[in-house]
Design a protein around this ligand. Structure first.
Ligand code: NAD
Length: 487
């Protein structure tokens, strides 16, 4: 079967409606939103474009299902998640192709996302049957204390476009394990993967109304009434810090439980005693995963001045060897950015940094022609500039030097963000000292990837609060209830 026939067949089979209360339906207005292939700009498919009315109908369905879902057995929830894991793994190639088509990353990376996204289903299928409570006596011995966990309740989930499957399963899996019902609003650029995944959840037997999905082009307008509705009890958001701040405000009048996975501006520190080959390989991963469009992406490469030339030369060589192209083509390592706005932002930051004195070691330009491509780019001699203050979200690496551990730490922490950070050193005492001083939720020590379903993913400062994955992940969807029992 030719690749385009396979793509067409896959796209034809993806549901393109809203999922509300177990029923696939159009928006009342009949509106549809177009999903683009960022490698060509061509429209891949059109899906139903929901609005405030459909979002409220989805909350109705979630609220109706909450009571019985909360009573379902942990074993049932565990088995459902395990069946979903098996099914995603069985259909991994299909999900990977769908992700590549609507988001742009190369197929090998999409497969990596499918495995990563599936792991949350497996991890939380194991967590679902391990939820415990506490039983103890009060210190004065006059009462017994029973501490138990209830599901937090109906949850609104808002996800970004950069990991269309994993950002959804990282929320859906713990919510299923905890017994919460859900309304998922996927990013308008990448709704197809979420719709396909919701259909998969239906096929493994998730009860009606537990998961509802409403893509929309009117995110703020469609979610505002739901956020004020007393039946909604939790909001979980992954996206930019600017939108996160607005949603924290919007959730205050209803006093919602809130989890925020926001933007990052990760430093990657290469110490004087680092293994340079390891550091270059780690920097390639930390920078180029997802075409630089990851919240964990190394945005600022900080290198000790004594090894800066060697590191920069090797790193620039690795960056310039990367092959650009449509993610479905063999050998392609770097796909397009998500849209023209993203490319303009990256392009503007690079030209302005160069105009302010930064030196271009490789790349620097947008590729002319169809799709939103930007060349892998390395800059040195980067002074005080927006390129190191803002979240870049592209295949661009600005290198700055430092002269001591303290200098590295203060440069690394000089940002309002606090999500991921990376340190490369072969000296264990230095490693621990630097790690302790870094004001970030996650540190990669001699490795360029921090994402793992078994670890608590999340940030501090303007990168948000709450954790996804690990033993902490399920707690975000549970409320604590304590019962005082007379002796
Ligand atoms: P975004 O904030 O523009 O959008 C994220 C989601 O929020 C989308 O579904 C969008 O439709 C919705 N949205 C936008 N405005 C809204 C509003 N006013 N009310 C309700 N919903 C609204 O972010 P993006 O461009 O899709 O994603 C990139 C951002 O996400 C980056 O900042 C990145 O760092 C961040 N991100 C963070 C993590 C993490 O775990 N911390 C993971 C992935 C991405």
């Amino acid at each position: 079967m030719s690749s385009t026939v396979r793509e067409r067949e896959l796209l034809d089979n993806v549901p393109k409606k809203l999922l509300i209360g177990g029923v696939w339906r159009e928006a009342d207005s009949g509106a549809r939103l177009a999903v683009e292939d960022p490698a060509t700009g061509a429209v891949l498919a059109e899906v139903a474009d929901g609005g405030p009315k459909e979002m409220m109908a989805a909350l109705d369905a979630a609220a109706d299902a909450q009571r019985s879902w909360a009573k379902s057995s942990p074993r049932l929830r565990s088995d459902l998640l395990r069946a979903a894991y098996d099914e995603v793994v069985r259909r991994a190639d299909e999900f990977a192709l769908l992700i590549t088509l609507e988001m742009g990353k190369p197929l090998a990376e999409s497969l990596g996302e499918v495995r990563y996204g599936a792991e949350f289903l497996r991890w939380f299928s194991e967590e679902a049957v391990r939820m415990g409570g506490r039983w103890n006596r009060s210190p004065e011995g006059t009462t017994r204390l029973l501490t138990m966990k209830d599901p937090a309740g109906p949850t609104l989930m808002i996800t970004p476009w950069n990991f269309p499957l994993a950002m959804a399963t990282r929320k859906i899996a713990p919510a299923v394990a905890a017994g919460c019902t859900m309304v998922l609003k996927p990013a308008e650029q990448t709704p197809l993967t979420s719709l396909a995944f919701a259909e998969l959840m239906q096929s493994v037997g998730l009860p009606v109304g537990v998961l509802n999905v409403v893509p929309t082009t009117r995110a703020a307008e469609s979610t505002s009434a739901v956020l004020q509705d007393a039946r909604l009890r939790k909001l979980t958001f992954t996206g930019s810090t600017a939108v996160g701040k607005r949603l924290i405000e919007a959730s205050s009048s209803n006093v919602l439980r809130v989890s925020m996975e926001l933007g990052g501006n990760a430093p990657l520190i290469v110490c004087e005693d680092a293994d340079i080959d390891k550091a270059v390989a780690g920097a390639m991963l930390a920078k180029m995963r997802n075409i630089g469009q990851a919240c964990t992406a190394a945005n600022r490469i900080l290198v000790h001045e004594s090894v800066a030339d060697k590191f920069a030369g090797n790193f620039a060589a690795a960056m310039s060897a990367q092959q650009l192209g449509r993610g479905t083509e063999t050998g392609v390592q770097v796909g397009p950015l998500i849209d023209e706005r993203a490319r303009e932002k990256v392009s503007g930051l690079v030209s302005s940094a160069v105009a302010s004195g930064a030196r271009l070691l490789t790349g620097g330009s947008a590729r002319i022609g169809e799709g939103y491509f930007f060349e892998p780019t390395v800059l040195t001699d980067v002074g005080e500039h927006d390129i190191t203050r803002e979240e870049l979200f592209g295949p661009v690496a600005p290198i700055t030097t430092f002269c001591s551990d303290d200098d590295a730490i203060s440069k690394a922490n000089a940002t309002e963000y606090g999500l991921a950070s990376y340190v490369f050193t072969e000296n264990i005492s230095r490693a621990l000292r630097v790690v302790e001083e870094l004001e970030f939720g996650m540190v990669g020590l001699n490795q360029g990837v921090v994402s793992n379903a078994a670890a608590p993913f999340g940030g501090v400062k303007h990168s948000g609060f709450g954790r996804e994955g690990g033993a902490e992940g399920i707690e975000e969807y549970l409320s604590t209830k304590y019962v005082g029992i007379a002796p």
